[in-house]
Write a protein that binds this ligand. Structure first.
Ligand SMILES: [Zn+2]
Length: 127
């Protein structure tokens, strides 16, 4: 079966960008009537929506990790730091429950890994 082509690739591209960027920025995509109509009419774009959602979420996870690294660089005392075998481990405690939070690894090659949910206890045990 041949995959459907986008019926209007200019418009389809805009719809895709809106979804990826909005979710990446942590807000709801603003789909205009024109965008919504295109999604109704274009099977190709409709099938791409889950992929666009995923990309947006990956962007969001990455920018969250970058934000935590930047806070730590600015000396924010809320961000815990530990040197581990893997690199610099950072921990941003949850605002409501400091016994858990987000763990971000910055390795020796300056790669920033996506945040992972972690318990403070496990963070303190990282080697
Ligand atoms: Zn399309």
């Amino acid at each position: 079966m041949k995959k459907n082509r986008c019926t209007d690739s200019d418009l389809g591209g805009k719809v895709g960008l809106e979804i990826v960027f909005s979710i990446g920025a942590g807000r709801e995509p603003r789909l205009t009537a024109e965008y919504r109509k295109h999604l109704e009419d274009c099977e190709c774009c409709r099938e791409s929506v889950p992929l666009w959602n995923e990309k947006g979420q990956a962007t969001r996870r990455h920018s969250l990790a970058v934000r935590i690294v930047n806070l730590s660089r600015k000396g924010d005392p809320a961000i815990l730091r530990r040197n581990t075998k893997e690199g610099l481990a950072l921990f941003k405690p949850d605002e409501h429950d400091a016994s858990k939070g987000l763990y971000v690894l910055l390795d020796a090659d300056h790669n920033i890994f996506d945040p992972e949910g972690m318990n403070l206890e496990d963070f303190n045990r990282l080697e």
